[in-house]
Design a protein around this ligand. Sequence first.
Ligand SMILES: Nc1ncnc2c1ncn2[C@@H]1O[C@H](COP(=O)(O)OP(=O)(O)OP(=O)(O)O)[C@@H](O)[C@H]1O
Length: 579
Amino acid sequence: MTQEEIRLGQEELATVRRGSRGLFWTCGIFSICINLLMLTGPLFMLQVYDRVLGSGSEATLVALFSIVAFLYLMMGLLDGTRARILSRIAARFQTRLENRVFHASMAQAARNPRDTRKIRGMDDLTAIRRFLGSPALSALYDLPFTPIFLCGIALFHPYLGLLAVGGGGMLVAVALWHRAAAKPKQDALIRAENEAQQTASRMTSAAEALAALGMKEAAFRRWFKARETALRQSVASEDTTHGFTAASRALRLFLQSAMLALGAWLVLERQLSAGAMVASSILLGRALQPVDMLIGQWGLVQHGLRGWRDLAELLGRTPAETSHTALPRPKAALSVQHLTVTPPGQTQAALRMVGFDLAPGEALGVIGPSGAGKSTLARALTGVWSPTGGTIRLDGAKLSHYDSEALGRYIGYLPQQVQLFDGTIAENIAKLALTPQAEAVIAAAKKADAHDLILSLPEGYDTPVSAAGGLLSGGQLQRIGLARAFYDDPVIVILDEPNANLDNAGSLALNTAIRRHKDEGGAVLIMAHRPSAIQECEKLLVLEGGLRRAFGPRDQVLGEMVKNSKDILRSGTAQGGIR
Ligand SMILES: Nc1ncnc2c1ncn2[C@@H]1O[C@H](COP(=O)(O)OP(=O)(O)OP(=O)(O)O)[C@@H](O)[C@H]1O
């Protein structure tokens, strides 16, 4: 993460914030009016004590009271409106960024599933929204008036001013102390809650395996440990906040009484009027209110600030996709040159300087031992992982020249582990479209030879399935995944271990689907261990340790491999090494 990336992320967030600049200014103007109206109470006291009580005029009291009632009404209206504006600013901030944060989170998650920060993108956005719409932000608007009110008290009497400034300083010191004391606890709490949440979601998604392996108790203990830590941190953090909130509230009330006591003494000394005594006490309460509020709401402020920082990092690391000139539907011609791919978060390339070509109507088998880089190649070809070197061209254009949506349409993909999502079978085949095109769904299912299988399910294409699995067998899941790969008429289909769970009939159906796709001018890439999967392949690419060991017509490559292995065996036998 570079400073430049963080700066870009900060700038992006600030641009969205600036989109509500007018509303922020409106709140600022409202705050000036609200804080001027805060003087209503003290001024009323001054008038009552010094004018009404002195003159005994009931008419003056009624007139003053009417004015005060009106001013308080205005203050209430302004305060309420300011709060409403702030919550709308907050909602607008979230709405404007939701799409961007969702896609940035998804991109991060796809690139690096082990990076936990991806999941928090939306949470960070919510934390910022909560802060923007909270009374804490109103308190921040009121905070600049605190020193003004404190100086105002000094106008009544310098001693009162000294007490006010001293007391205010003590309260601010308490606030800063709270901030310093709460930060590490808040950070630890967020980390612990995150860990507990992730442990829980990992356990629930593997619930079946945990039960089958008799690991339920062990899983519970692990989750409980994570949860217990989070709970401990939560109690510690709340204790700190409650302690400081109580201390600051007590201090504020004490200061008001101290102000009253000092005022009373000054009245006795005939240096102050009774009205000024009461007014200064009220004014002090008003002056210190925002500080008090901020201490109470500090958790929210801290979450918001942290959310802002983390979101800036996420957005900086994941620049928004620039829209590209729409290219015509490509031919199924793939050209890969010197392709090097390093998995996210790793320093070592999983694929190095690999090259091959694929023409329309051809199928390429990619074989190699475990960890050879087959799935890495599939991820690079689907655009999920960006190459660190070399190029991938589809019909002459680099993959990066296509919009990711368009690329998803042109390149069908069956991942090694098929993952369905909550929805019906039809919605899953239609890649979660809200209104799946029935014809296209059925065509894809027929192409994958999954139509009859789907009709045999309780509600056919409308059978609900869940992301957590169930209902479907491994083979059925793979056939539905295959139908999804063929949905929307892709030009190239990439199948990662497509027959891992298929029986003979399934393998035959797969080969028929591949043949059909080639006949229609499409191309197919098959990452495979089992020989039956490469039956339809004209070409073969052999990977080993991320390097291209062989590439060419299938039978020629297989022949060379057999010859090589025979040579190795022979030389091994001659040296007495391998028997
Ligand atoms: N998400 C990932 N993060 C980091 N490294 C990864 C990731 N996925 C794969 N790798 C690494 O890349 C290398 C190639 O893995 P890849 O999954 O491409 O192999 P493969 O040939 O598909 O293996 P298999 O046949 O077992 O599926 C491995 O060394 C693996 O550790």
